[in-house]
Structure formats: C-alpha cells, structure tokens
Design a protein around this ligand. Structure first.
Ligand code: FUB
Length: 452
C-alpha cells in the first residue's frame, strides 16, 4: 500500500497540468474526462451536438463572467466559441477557439452576445450559424461562418443572413437536401434556406400551435421514422423546461406532444438542448449551472441518454450526474458524478473558491455510492483513490448487478486529502456497475482509479 501526501500530489498535478498546456499549445487539443458536466475547465452552454466523420462534435456557447469593462454585469457574456469532439463520449477534445466576435465583420466587436450556435455539413463544407448583436442596428441577428472541417477554422460571411432577426439558429437538412432555418424571437420562426446555405429561400413564418404563454426559444428540429420533432425550451411554470411538438413535415403543422425534461429543481432559468443519434443510441445534450450554483448565467453542458416509446413519443429524460459513455477502469472515475447514492451521502465542492476543481462525496458508516458502466478490460492489481478518511474505514467494492463483493479495502485514518493505493484481489474482466459501500468509518472520496 502506498500513500502520496498532498504536497507531492500538488506537484504531480502541476506537472500534469503543464503537460496538458504544452499539448494544447502544440495540437490545439485538450483532453477532458467526461461525466456531467462534460467540460470542467470553462463554462459552456447551449450545446448543439452533431455527428460528423463518426465522431460527436459539440458546438456550445462559451459563457464567461461579465465585468465593468466586458458586457453587462449580471447578464450573459460570450465573446467566442470553442468546439469539442469525442469518439467514445468519455474523452472530449477541445479544438480551441473557432470564432471570436472581433473577427465577424458585421458584429459589434464588444457585444459579448455570441449566443447559442449550430453547425451543419453540406457537400463537404461546414456551416456554422451563430447569433450576435450587429454593430449598426439594435437587437440580434444571425450569421454564418464557413469551414472545410468540423473543427474549423470558420470564416464568417461579410453580412448576416438577410431578413432574420433573432437568436438560437438551428438548421435541419431533410432527406431531399432542402435545408430549413429555425430561430427564436418572441416566437419560433422558420424559413427555407437557399442551396448556398447563407440566404433565405422563403419568407420567414411563425410556427403555429406552439405555447402562447411563457417564454419560448432554442428550437431544435430532428427527424425519426418519418416524424419531424420540433423541440424547444419553454417556461410553463418558473424556469425553462424542454418540450416538443411532432409534425409530418419540417414546416409543420406541429402538434404539441410532451415534455422531454422537467424544469430544474435548483432554479437554473435557462435550459437549451440538442438531440442526436450516435451509433444507434439517442442522446440529449443540455445545460445546467453545475459549476456556478449561485449564478445561472455561467452554465455547463451535460448529456444523458434518450429513448422513445413505441408510438414515437419521447420518454422523459431524468438528468443524471453520471452522464453517458463507458469508462475504462483505468480512467479517473469521479464517483461524485454518481449513478445513485445513499440518502445520507453528501456532495461537496473540493474548493468553494474554485469550483473547476470539482466535487467529492462524503460517506459515513453504511453509506454507498454507485457508479455505472466501468469497463474492467484486464486485471487490475490495485485501486488508487484521492481520499480524506477522518476515521479508519473499510470500503467494499461491490458488483451492483449481482450484489457480489469484488474487493474489500482498509483506509487508515488520516488528517487531510491524500492519494492512497490498496492492493486488489483478481476481478474478472467485464463491464460493471460499481457500488462503493463504506462498511465502517468516515471518508470523503474525490476519485478512484484502477491500476495495473
Ligand atoms: O445562452 C444565451 C441564451 O440563453 C440562449 O440563446 C438561450 O437559448 C438560452 O439558453
């Protein structure tokens, strides 16, 4: 058994962080381990997920903090966009900045209003749609930037799309190649797009039969089995929830059908989403203010699985912390991003002054925390964890499906956070839903990792 004290651990972290920065500098790519929220080194919101070249690309807004000099205090503040991609839905690569307000010829270079974007592919070109404040008129309008790759670079057009005022652009391309632009103002609007993808091919119209009362925005259209799903955040009660309407054509008429995700119990006013089919599983990407619980204009993107009833209606998605994807047992498993836990187990930020340092979970005797979908692809010799055990503790690692004990380890009492390593018996290769049960003692755990 091996212990590393917090000082050594801090040095290791600094070295690892420097390495990540060097890799980012050279490749423009940063590796981030997922659960919810998906991105933990910056705020992200309004995620549009797309599948390009067998990978999931996510185009979110990039929330930052307004200051006296930047934007409007207490309001949304966004000056640029990043794009993230993943093949396994567990490792996310940040491809860096793809567009900045100062590079858009028609935009207010100090508007800080680069709100919810979208990106679609047509004939080998990637069209990135974004709203922002123009420099010469009031309100918002929508522009296009074009690239040869999903990760950019994207070159903005000289002018915004004519005849469009509003936010939250969403583009849907039907089987016959016709593209449609949806956006929001007071209502949800739509128009056909020209083949060049940068001009309207029809007069904008307001989509009928949607809720009349309560704020409505963020349209996202998708098609499944010949049904067209117009999905949108709507304030039915206090804050936005995700709803949908179904039609037989991208232009409707649509019938309001149900709720995809209820409003957040913690009061984050906005939600904004996209829905994507990747390798025969549907996913809902959305956002919440996980990393900024006291200020809901600094949000973080999340994803959870989504499924349908046999009649084509959408089963309500219950938000999880565990998120999506199968983790390798050798990855750092943030078990505070749990699938389930005992009622008395409690969540805490590692550092209240810097929420980007993540969370830990505090367990007392008989508390447990469950973390699903961990791939033991080989035999692991030991379990490493970042732990703070205020009492000598005994921890069971249980296969939650069969309720069988895979390992039992002792954690000595100590006075602070340390990286602790304990030998393991042989665990058969399989994908496990792991349950960690604290049989005795008292311990907070930040993460665990299985080692060779
Ligand atoms: O991110 C700014 C705005 O908040 C978006 O445009 C809306 O959809 C809401 O999420």
């Amino acid at each position: 058994m091996k212990k590393t004290n917090d000082k050594t651990f801090g040095l290791e972290l600094q070295l690892k962080y420097s390495y990540v920065l060097i890799v980012t500098f050279i490749l423009g790519v940063q590796f981030i381990w997922a659960q919810n929220p998906l991105i933990r080194d910056q705020y992200t919101a309004d995620p549009t997920a797309r599948v390009f070249n067998n990978k999931v690309y996510v185009y979110p807004s990039h929330d930052i903090m307004c200051t006296e000099e930047k934007g409007r205090l207490g309001w949304f503040c966004m000056e640029d966009y990043h794009v993230f991609s993943s093949e396994d839905l567990t490792t996310w690569n940040d491809h860096g900045e793809i567009l900045n307000q100062k590079d858009v010829p028609w935009a207010d270079a100090e508007g800080y209003s680069m709100w919810a974007p979208d990106c679609v592919e047509k004939d080998g070109k990637y069209y990135f749609y974004f709203p922002t404040k123009p420099k010469d008129t009031e309100g918002f309008t929508i522009g296009v930037a074009i690239g040869d790759n999903p990760e950019g670079p994207f070159t903005p057009q000289e002018k915004p799309i004519a005849n469009v005022n509003g936010i939250d652009p969403n583009v849907f391309i039907d089987h016959d190649g016709q593209a449609y632009l949806y956006w929001s103002g007071r209502y949800i609007h739509m128009a056909k797009l020209n083949a060049n993808m940068t001009e309207l091919a029809s007069e904008p119209s307001i989509i009928a039969n949607l809720p009349e009362e309560g704020h409505l925005e963020g349209p996202f259209m998708f098609e499944r089995n010949g049904k067209y799903y117009l999905t949108y955040p709507h304030v039915e009660n206090k804050t936005e929830r995700l709803e949908y309407a179904i039609g037989d054509s991208p232009m409707g008429p649509f019938q309001v059908t149900g709720v995809i995700m209820d409003e957040s119990p913690t009061g984050c006013w906005t939600n904004h989403h996209s829905i994507v089919d990747y390798k025969d599983q549907w996913y809902l990407f959305y956002h919440h203010n996980d990393l900024s619980p006291d200020f809901d204009k600094n949000r973080s993107i999340r994803a959870d699985s989504l499924s349908f009833n046999t009649d084509g209606t959408i089963k309500k998605v219950i938000p999880t912390l565990r998120g999506i994807g199968i983790n390798k047992a050798s990855e750092k498993l943030q078990i505070d991003r749990y699938s389930a836990k005992s009622t008395a187990a409690t969540l805490h930020f590692n550092n209240l002054q810097n929420t980007f340092e993540g969370w830990n979970i505090a367990l007392k005797q008989n508390d447990w925390v469950q973390y699903n979908a961990v791939d033991f692809d080989k035999t692991y010799a030991s379990l490493a964890m970042r732990v703070n055990a205020t009492k000598k503790s005994q921890l069971q690692i249980v296969d939650a499906t069969n309720n069988t004990i895979l390992a039992e380890i002792e954690i000595p009492a100590n006075t602070g956070w340390l990286e602790y390593e304990a030998a393991l018996p042989q665990i058969a290769t399989a994908v496990y839903d792991l349950k960690l049960v604290l049989k005795t003692g008292e311990a907070s755990i930040d993460w665990i990792r299985f080692k060779d």
